[in-house]
Design a protein around this ligand. Structure first.
Ligand code: AP5
Ligand code: MG
Length: 209
């Protein structure tokens, strides 16, 4: 299955993706994770992307589309992908359609995770992530990852001012994709403001896994 995970920053895309990977071994592609790795390694892409990411703005479409065209050619995508954070603009969505059609693969669903903005601000300002294994947790985990004992850190874009800008950017540039996928009869929607395992049970049922 090829699935797009839609939802505002902090809606729980990464959290639900990790559960899908754990249970079904899906090929998870997070453009945010790829970009953060590029920033850390100071690659040409990372150097171009850093300023946009730190400000909570979107990285330009041409950079993201080139990155995804290359990623979608890799053999681990052949049995389906779980796209997290891509597409984020109508231009990216149209480009994904042509990538998949050139590869002869369908898009099966766009799954929207719904959460109110104020709940998101609380979640993101208290989110912490593991430097070693990528575990998504919160300030309650302390400095040590509960999964691998690696160091927990706060993302540079998880301060309140940047989070609010990310939410504005989402409303203006990404939310139109809800209608885009509804128009293609691919939109599924889940209430993301419940316990992550309860959300996951709905996700599994909606995707008919
Ligand atoms: P990206 O990394 O994709 O960030 P995002 O979309 O802002 O989303 P997040 O990763 O912040 O949230 P999430 O939905 O994954 O939530 P999570 O599961 O972590 O992108 C970062 C930046 O990269 C962008 O701003 C942009 O600059 C650039 N970029 C990336 N892709 C791009 C693209 N395609 N085009 C252009 N630019 C691009 O959960 C959040 C917190 O909530 C965690 O603490 C978690 O534990 C908690 N939580 C999760 N679920 C629940 C629940 N059900 N109940 C309570 N707490 C929960
Ligand atoms: Mg994420």
């Amino acid at each position: 299955m090829n699935i797009v995970l839609l939802g505002a920053p902090g809606a729980g895309k990464g959290t639900q993706a990790a559960k899908l990977v754990e249970k079904y071994g899906m090929c998870h592609i997070s453009t945010g994770d790829i970009l953060r790795a590029a920033v850390k390694d100071q690659t040409p892409l990372g150097i171009k992307a850093k300023g946009f990411m730190d400000a909570g703005e979107l990285v330009p479409d041409d950079l993201i589309i080139d990155l995804m065209k290359e990623r979608m050619q890799q053999p681990d995508t052949e049995n389906g992908v779980l796209l997290d954070g891509f597409p984020r603009t109508t231009t990216q969505a149209v480009s994904l359609d042509s990538m998949l059609s050139e590869l002869g693969r369908p898009l099966n669903a766009a799954l929207l995770i719904n959460v109110e903005n104020e709940a998101i601000v609380k979640r993101l300002t208290s989110r912490r992530m593991c430097r070693e294994c990528g575990h998504i947790g919160s300030v309650k985990d302390g400095d040590t990852c509960p999964k691998c004992e690696g160091e927990m850190f706060q993302r540079d874009d998880d301060n309140e001012e940047t989070v609010r800008n990310r939410l504005d950017v989402y409303d203006k540039q990404t939310a139109p994709l809800i209608d885009y996928y509804r128009g293609k009869d691919l939109l599924l929607s889940v209430d993301g403001d419940r316990d992550p395992d309860v959300v996951f049970a709905d996700v599994v049922a909606l995707l008919d896994l």
